[in-house]
Structure formats: C-alpha cells, structure tokens
Design a protein around this ligand. Structure first.
Ligand SMILES: Nc1ncnc2c1ncn2[C@@H]1O[C@H](COP(=O)(O)OP(=O)(O)O)[C@@H](O)[C@H]1O
Ligand SMILES: [Mg+2]
Length: 319
C-alpha cells in the first residue's frame, strides 16, 4: 500500500511521529518532496537534533530556505529557545505590565521572572511557530518532522498547557480589573488584555486544526521490532486521548531480499512483527517501506524512499 489522501486540498498540516531512529525525518522529507511537485510545501523540523539539514545535505537553520534542486519546497528548523526569545522581546511590555499590575513584585523580581524558563514552553513555541506559518498562508502544505514520541506528545498537548497559563494570567487580571472598576467606576481594556485574548485565540486555532482530521493528519512511523511496536501502541493511545486518530502507518525498514543468509534470517525474524503490526493496528492503512542498502541522505536516496512511500517502483534495492 502507499500513502493516500495527502493531496487533498483541505489537508494542510502533516505531522510525522514515532520512536527515535525509525525513519521519521527520512519519511517526512520524502513526503514533503512528493507534495512539493504539486503544492507549495514547507517542511518544518521541531526536533532539537535538527537532522533535516543532514538528510537533505543542505544547511537549514531557524529561517525559511528554499531546498536546492526542488521546485516548490522550502524548509525551516525551529529553534524553540530562539522562538521564545523573539516572543519575549515582541511582548516584553505586555508581559511586564501583566506582572506589574497583578503581583507585588518589584521591578528587579519581575525582570528576573521574565528571564526564567517555563516548563513546556519549548513545545508551545514550536507549535505557535507552525500555526503562525499556517496563518500567514504562504504554503499549501506544512510537513512537520518531530523529535521522538515524548516530545511529539508534549507538542500535541502544548495548547492545553498554554491555555492553563492564560487562565491563571486572566484570573490575576480579573482581580486588577475589579480593583480599578471599584476605585474609578470604569475599566478600559489595555494591551495586556488584548495580548491575553490573542494568545487565547492562538490556542483555539491550534486546537481547531489539530482536531480537524480533514486539515491535519498524523502519520506514525514504526519498524518491525518489538520495542517500536509497543511505543507506537502507546503513542496511538495517547493521541486518541487528544482526539487525534491516524488513518495510515508507515512500516519502515522492511527486509524484502532473500538474496543471502543474513537477509533471509532478518526477513524471517521480521515476519512475526509485521503480522503483529497488522493485528495491533488493524484499522490503519499499512505502508511498507523496504530497508535500502544505504542510509537515506541526499535527494537521490530520498527520491527512492519517496517512490516507495507513494507506490512507485523503487529503482535501487539489494537483489
Ligand atoms: N528505509 C530505510 N532504509 C535504509 N536506511 C534508512 C531507512 N529509513 C531510514 N533510514 C536511515 O536510518 C537512520 C534513522 O532515520 P531517521 O529518518 O533519521 O529516523 P528518525 O527521524 O525517526 O530518528 C538514518 O540514518 C536514515 O538514513
Ligand atoms: Mg528525526
């Protein structure tokens, strides 16, 4: 079977996830290459390891660059720390005013507090960056390569975390609002209220797109090995809790050759796991990808992987 339905015009956001080393980056890049034939496509890496640069053999970094030798593919590697610094710089006055008006902290405490890291903020900033791109609407398709399972689950639940933060900040504001209204009889909405409202809208936008399976698709990547199957099971269960139900799964590194004793033995060893994947994830469309004789690096091998993912004949495999 091949990956299906990705050309659907409504579908904007594609997220690849799974255990470390199973082929998420390779499959995300190969899929982005395929889509870029017909759609303006942006490949976004949220993995701090940033292996997209290595995979396409072109330095990317935290700015959108055109992928060389492609018609319509651009890429960016999100650096969460930098995204957070940018956010703090852009909204410094609102954040400071929120603390000045709602706490008894002095200036020095507030400045110190603003430099502190907030747990989960990395994923929030990564997701906000993705959503900002989607809102700008310069591309038709956004393909996201993620770090291993734990990170992608935090990424998916980041809107909830941001929502909880906004709730606390809004509560603090209400007290301030109440005080001002009691003293002066009226209250003028200020930039902090506007800022909190815009953050709330960001949360809503992220949730709307994540839970809409016509706009967003999550593609798990697995390999025929016991640990990868267990981890995929947990990933799918956790995604389900967030209302995200994948349609298809990539089963990577499948041994196809019988050419030597080693290949025969690997192939036989994988059989029971391929069977287990079929049974455990029976509702998912299975896309089997062969193990290639060399690593997936550069457009040549990426195109082979792409052909395999999209059901075209692969030209180079061990015979
Ligand atoms: N089908 C395949 N055949 C051969 N090598 C593969 C295949 N898929 C992935 N690889 C190689 O396996 C390694 C891990 O793949 P990668 O896409 O970086 O995984 P992840 O992003 O899940 O950590 C890379 O060196 C990649 O080139
Ligand atoms: Mg990767």
């Amino acid at each position: 079977m091949a990956l299906t339905g990705l050309e659907n015009n409504n579908l904007q956001l594609l997220i690849f996830g799974g255990k470390g080393g199973v082929g998420k980056t390779s499959c995300a890049v190969a899929t982005a290459l395929e889509l870029s034939e017909n759609f303006k496509t942006l490949l976004i890496s949220t993995d701090p390891a940033h292996s997209v640069s290595d995979c396409i053999e072109q330095q990317i970094g935290f700015k959108v660059v055109k992928v060389e030798d492609t018609a319509n593919l651009s890429a960016i590697e999100v650096v969460a720390d930098e995204a957070l610094s940018k956010f703090k710089t852009e909204h410094h006055s609102e954040l400071k005013k929120l603390l000045v008006t709602s706490t008894n902290f002095d200036n020095e405490d507030i400045d110190e507090m603003l430099t502190l890291s907030i747990p989960g903020i990395d994923e929030i900033m990564s997701f906000k960056t993705i959503i900002d791109f989607i809102e700008e609407g310069q591309y038709d398709k956004y393909v996201v390569d993620t770090a291993p399972t734990g990170h992608v689950l935090r990424l998916i639940s980041s809107p909830k975390l941001l929502d909880a933060w906004i709730k606390v900040a809004s509560k603090m504001r209400w007290k301030y609002r109440y005080m001002i209204t009691s003293f002066s009889g009226s209250y003028q909405v200020d930039e902090v209220d506007t800022f909190l409202l815009s953050l709330k809208k960001t949360v809503k936008r992220i949730e709307n797109i994540l839970r809409d399976n016509t706009k967003c698709e999550f593609i798990p990547v697995c390999i025929p090995e016991a640990m990868a199957i267990s981890e995929t099971g947990r990933l799918l269960a956790d995604l389900g809790i967030s209302g995200i139900i994948p349609r298809q799964i990539i089963v990577n590194n499948v041994m196809v050759s019988d050419g030597c004793d080693f290949c025969k033995s690997r192939k036989a060893g994988q059989l029971k796991y391929i069977q287990q994947i079929s049974e455990t994830f029976s509702i998912l469309n299975k896309v089997e990808v062969p193990v290639f004789p060399e690593e997936i690096k550069g457009l040549g091998s990426l195109n082979q992987l792409r052909r395999s993912l999209f059901g075209l004949k692969v030209e180079r495999l061990i015979s």
